[in-house]
Design a protein around this ligand. Structure first.
Ligand code: MN
Length: 231
């Protein structure tokens, strides 16, 4: 049996470069998969070749990056936003819809959980501070450390992949606000921020296991689940 192939989509920044945190790719390798790194089609190019290739893979991993254009969930910007790129949004939303329709497993991390929510018809908090959340969710300098607790629903996939100390890292200023019908919330932080969502062969995590698994192997669990589903 060949290793399952996992599609990952790069960001289009900084200018003239593509970018992807190595942790996502390395975690796919560590979990036994063959990572396939894909670029979104440039503006003006049709999405069909890209989407077709994604659905020829065995799973789709939605990775971190800039904020999703609020227009994708029917809002206008109401807070300072970071690195909005409608070109990447459109490619990843099309890939997500096609992957779900094809029955592929999808793992969404950080921006990825937010993309899953928007693809399902949900919405985001454009800025957690502006929305009144008080927890420490933007801890970029401590990205390789755990900084806050999450509470996962008993029996959920989130509970199964979360270490028993329930501590995670946190580098986000946005979060899921509402979900469409096919997803449910399965973990929240102490201040009530949605930190995990799941559906049929779909898992979204707001924290960053790809920046923890190399020093704490328990954080490889979400990637192991995902690659098992893709196999
Ligand atoms: Mn958080």
């Amino acid at each position: 049996m060949p290793a399952p192939t996992i599609a990952l989509v790069v960001g289009r920044e900084p200018e003239l470069r593509y970018s992807l945190h190595r942790g996502y790719v390395d975690a796919a390798w560590a979990a036994g998969a063959m990572p396939v790194v894909l670029a979104p089609p440039p503006p003006g190019e049709p999405l069909d070749r890209f989407v077709e290739y994604v659905t020829s893979c065995d799973g789709l991993m939605l990775t971190g990056g800039g904020d999703i254009d609020p227009g994708a969930y029917g809002e206008v910007p109401s807070a300072p936003l970071m690195s909005v790129d409608p070109t990447r949004d459109a490619a990843e939303l099309a890939a997500t819809h096609a992957a779900l329709e094809a029955g592929l497993p999808v793992l969404g991390i950080c921006r990825g959980i937010q993309l899953l929510a928007v693809a399902s018809g949900g919405t985001l908090h454009q800025d957690l501070g502006a929305a009144g959340f008080t927890g420490h969710h933007w801890e970029e300098e401590r990205q390789h450390e755990t900084v806050h607790l999450v509470e996962a629903s008993a029996g959920s996939l989130a509970a199964a992949v979360l270490p028993t100390d329930r501590l995670v890292n946190s580098i986000h200023h946005q979060a899921v606000k509402t979900l469409g019908a096919d997803l449910v919330t399965t973990a929240v932080s102490e201040d009530g921020v949605i930190e995990a969502v799941e559906g049929d062969r779909v898992l979204g995590l707001q924290w960053h296991p790809e920046r923890l698994f190399s020093t704490d192997a328990r954080h490889l669990a979400p990637f192991r689940w995902f690659v098992e589903q893709a196999a």
